[in-house]
Design a protein around this ligand. Structure first.
Ligand code: FAD
Length: 339
């Protein structure tokens, strides 16, 4: 069976690995020039600055997959959860927000977080190595423009005007990208259309001083800002000490825009004295999508299964959220395809 995986983020890469391991012939098509999607590598010189506040759950599907791929060098130190500080509230309140990256989260915190060695680029790198080892045919920088059905079943995809034959598709792209492709072949997309992306302002910085000490993270329930310091030996330039540098990732879980960004800076001004004067690198993002929809808006993976199309990604129903949901739904897509 020839399966086309559309989208080379965490969900698409996980789907490719599982499908190929289960014996399918797999094609991966990614529109951007690099694989990794929201967690893709960005050049930040000698500092390893992740694309946003990325922590990995110790017992989550992503860590399980990395262990299966025997990637011990990727699995780094644990985040110092005991040193996380929630202003005027319980530490677990802030940790539950950190766990799900959502202000509405009230889950009991049982999760331990891992700070991946070498940043998320090392995780993506490991997934790409696996995809290559499993002989997945990869098209990067090429967008899937449309899907062709024959007798109401997938027959091929059109990539840059070229027709590529496939028997099934895993659509591992956000709802806003998936809906037009499905609409054009006459499928109903009202559930995908009603997904409301959850947007945040984000600030990622390298600082030549330990400005958040003694805390590993801060949460302010009033503004909704969460900030963590994950400086580690493998993330800082040679010759510097991890206990003299900060790598701060902050998001405003209440929303996006310049005001939301200002609120992050205000929190840092009040709690991390000296961050401005010791700043070495900064990436400000007024608006970035953290979740493709709310938890209630998530969709069944198999809604389009009768046409040979399976959905994967954080907008698909699973027991997990964020990248763990992407991995879980990506791997599950193989099971659904084979059934
Ligand atoms: C600031 C921030 C902080 C975060 N923190 C955490 C965290 O602490 N822990 C955690 O687990 N997760 C975190 N996340 C979430 C995590 O990054 C995402 O859940 C995960 O990366 C989503 O992966 P995905 O593969 O489902 O989707 P995406 O990464 O969106 O991948 C979809 C891919 O499909 C491609 N594509 C789209 N349309 C087409 C097309 N027509 N043809 C071909 N390709 C196409 C896109 O280019 C993209 O590469 C965070 C996200 C942000 C923004």
């Amino acid at each position: 069976m020839r399966v086309a995986v559309v989208g080379g983020g965490v969900a698409g890469l996980s789907a490719c690995i599982q499908l190929a391991a289960d014996g399918a012939e797999v094609i991966l098509v990614e529109a951007r020039d690099t694989l990794g999607g929201m967690a893709r590598m960005r050049n930040t010189g000698d500092w390893v600055i992740d694309p946003g506040l990325h922590l990995m759950r110790k017992k989550g599907p992503l860590n399980q997959l990395l262990r299966k791929l025997r990637a011990p060098r990727v699995i780094g130190e644990q985040f110092r959860q005991m040193d996380f500080f929630s202003i005027s509230s319980d530490r677990n309140d802030g940790l539950s927000k950190l766990e799900n990256m959502s202000i509405s989260s009230t889950s009991k915190v049982s999760t331990e977080f891992i700070i991946p060695r070498g940043g998320w680029s090392s995780i993506i790198g490991r997934l790409i190595v696996a995809v290559n080892q499993l002989n997945v045919e990869i098209y990067v920088g090429e967008k899937v423009e449309s899907i062709i059905l024959q007798n109401k079943k997938v027959q091929s995809i059109i990539v840059n005007g070229k027709k590529i034959h496939c028997d099934k598709i895993v659509l591992a792209i956000p709802p806003s990208e998936a809906a037009p492709l499905l609409k054009s072949i006459g499928l109903k997309t009202s559930k995908l259309d009603s997904c409301e992306p959850q947007l945040s302002a984000a600030l990622d910085m390298a600082i030549e001083a330990k400005v958040m000490s003694p805390y590993s993270g801060i949460f302010d329930p009033k503004s909704g800002v969460i900030a963590i310091d994950i400086a580690q030996k493998d993330r800082i330039p040679p010759g510097r000490e991890a206990d003299e540098c900060s790598i701060i990732h902050a998001v405003n879980l209440r929303g996006d825009g310049n005001n939301a960004l200002e609120e992050i800076k205000n929190l840092l001004d009040s709690r991390c004295a000296g961050w401005r004067s010791h700043l070495s690198k900064r990436r400000s993002t007024p608006s970035i999508m953290i979740h493709p929809c709310t938890l209630e808006q998530r969709i069944q993976a198999s809604v389009y299964a009768s046409s040979g199309i399976i959905l994967a990604g954080a907008h698909v129903i699973s027991d997990y959220t964020l990248s763990d949901a992407s991995v879980s739904t990506g791997r599950n897509a193989s099971k659904l395809i084979h059934h």
